[in-house]
Design a binder for this molecule. Sequence first.
Ligand code: ADP
Ligand code: 5GP
Length: 209
Amino acid sequence: MNTSSDAPARTGMILILSGPSGSGKSTIYKAAIGDLGGIEFSVSCTTRQPRPGEVDGRDYYFISREKFDALVAEHAFAEHAEVHGNCYGTLKSELLDRVRRGTDVLLDIDVQGAAQLRALCCDSAEFCEACEFIFIMPPSFEELERRLRARDTETEESILRRLSNAKGEMEHAKEYDHVIVNDDLDRAVKEFTDLILGLRQERKNGSAG
Ligand code: ADP
Ligand code: 5GP
């Protein structure tokens, strides 16, 4: 029995969010995270160029390909993948320390990275217990294209690449614990918020029992 007074009421969750580019992952979690509290965003490393308004260290660690390769060689990443022509990776240092402190960590990563974390779950019970895999699905392919174009952040080449990857990505939705269709934004944000609150409650009940 853990009698330490500073032990967290529950350990944190690793919330793994995937979905095609433009499906609304960042819009949903940015809308939900403030009200939920107790969630920290896992800042990934990427070799892609920052978009206007993106801040280094907040949205991503924007690094060179050489630095990325060095981090791979040092085994600094829990997972990493090439996505839409750029490299992305989750630093191990973003994850378990926070979970042990009772903080939930949110990862916005692609289906390849999620598959790597699923494989890690087989090796570590602590990691496995912490992970929840959530897929954000657009209501239709046509609406995905409309949103990606309306966001106005990508070149035509990048839009076409993201759309051509989207179909393959959506086939992986069935591998996730939870799928949220982002049709109406308010409804999807509520479903996401209720899901996190429900998972927290389940874990509190579990640790109390
Ligand atoms: P992702 O993070 O998955 O790449 P974004 O969150 O950037 O996607 O969303 C893509 C675009 O679609 C943004 O311009 C966003 O404002 C818009 N969007 C997100 N959800 C909805 C929704 N339910 N209805 C209409 N537009 C949406
Ligand atoms: P964007 O360039 O639009 O920010 O992200 C493109 C894709 O890369 C998205 O599907 C996003 O989830 C994914 N991504 C962002 N960070 C990571 C990461 O650390 N690892 C992996 N595997 N994918 C990531």
